[in-house]
Design a protein around this ligand. Structure first.
Ligand SMILES: Cc1cc2nc3c(=O)[nH]c(=O)nc-3n(C[C@H](O)[C@H](O)[C@H](O)COP(=O)(O)OP(=O)(O)OC[C@H]3O[C@@H](n4cnc5c(N)ncnc54)[C@H](O)[C@@H]3O)c2cc1C
Ligand code: FES
Length: 276
């Protein structure tokens, strides 16, 4: 793992996912770095654009394809807009992987409920890809995705492919369904009325706007899930990405080090509390 100094990586491919989301497929220039790089779904890299700055980005590809790795990016500000100008053949710096990923070993053999909202989809993308490529290791999968407008849904063909997997249910919601019958018109949280689960066999993982996750947690608790089986992916402003500066703290926990994936029981006292 690289801790303090960025390692140089090459953009081997650039994919346009939607009008405002693109994916950079990266590969370390140095062969030893390439061979040593391993990550778990849910971990992130600090992506350094020379002379501009550094930002945390979830790794969205599959760990089995570790010779190269993908970041899906939505341009928001200085660094991400700079990254949006990169093309195949350009170089950037990478530190990572950092943080704790999704509890995949704990989830094996159990039913999964995966909840995402908006671009929350990016951090759980690697989780979903991982599960779908190893489908026989997991029980029933329910995937709930919410977007603002039906046409905001990126990776549409992937959602269709996932829905066609055995024992897998994909439920979509949009504030504005725009006549698309695949979407429930409303919030992702309303989709829980269509969900039934066996609490002792189930584990839930979610990522997205915090208000959405708080509402989803309330629904999942009502369905019988304990706080120990609720997992959240959090985002906070980061500087070092490596547990040193305290920028990303939520209470006593550092999102970059103890997270970004947390068991709800670990953060229940701070999550959604003003000031944290
Ligand atoms: C663990 C982690 C994983 C992440 N994974 C991804 C990913 O896979 N893909 C991706 O596109 N982004 C991801 N992000 C968010 C990404 O790091 C930010 O968008 C980026 O840091 C913005 O930097 P900037 O210099 O481009 O914008 P800035 O100039 O710093 O900010 C521009 C504007 O965006 C706002 N902003 C900054 N960060 C965020 C944020 N996290 N959420 C919402 N608004 C924000 C600022 O308040 C400001 O108004 C992740 C963040 C974390 C902490
Ligand atoms: S970003 Fe520095 S401690 Fe988390």
């Amino acid at each position: 793992m690289s801790g303090t100094l960025p390692r140089e990586a090459l953009v081997v491919e650039r994919l346009e996912e939607s009008p405002d989301i693109f994916t950079l497929r990266l590969e370390y220039l140095d062969e030893d770095h390439r061979k040593a790089f391993a990550f778990e779904p849910g971990q992130f890299n600090m992506v350094y654009l020379h002379g501009v700055g550094e930002v945390p980005m979830s790794i969205v590809s599959d760990p089995a394809d570790a010779h190269c790795f993908d970041h899906s990016i939505r341009p928001l500000g200085r660094v991400t807009e700079g990254l949006a100008r990169l093309k195949a053949g350009d170089r950037l710096g990478i530190r990572g992987p950092f943080g704790r990923g999704w509890p995949l070993r704990e989830a094996e053999g159990r039913d999964l409920i995966i909840v995402t909202g908006g671009l929350g989809c990016a951090p759980v993308l690697s989780l979903i890809n991982y599960v779908m490529r190893r489908r026989d290791r997991f029980g029933h999968v329910t995937l709930l995705q919410g977007v603002r407008q039906a046409h905001d849904l990126i990776w549409r063909e992937r959602f269709d492919a996932w829905a066609g997997q055995p024992d897998t249910r994909v439920l979509l919601a949009a504030d504005l369904a725009m006549g698309d019958a695949r979407f429930h018109e409303g919030t992702v949280v309303e989709l829980f009325s269509q969900v039934s689960l066996v609490p002792e066999r189930s584990i839930a993982m979610m990522c997205g706007p915090e208000l959405m996750m708080m509402a989803a947690i309330a629904q999942l608790r009502e369905l019988g899930l304990g706080d120990g089986d609720l997992w959240l992916g959090l985002e906070r402003n980061m500087a070092c990405g490596n547990g040193l500066c305290g920028h990303c703290q939520i209470g006593p926990l550092r999102v970059c080090k103890e997270g970004p994936v947390f068991r709800y029981a670990e953060i229940a006292d701070y999550f959604g509390v003003r000031g944290f």
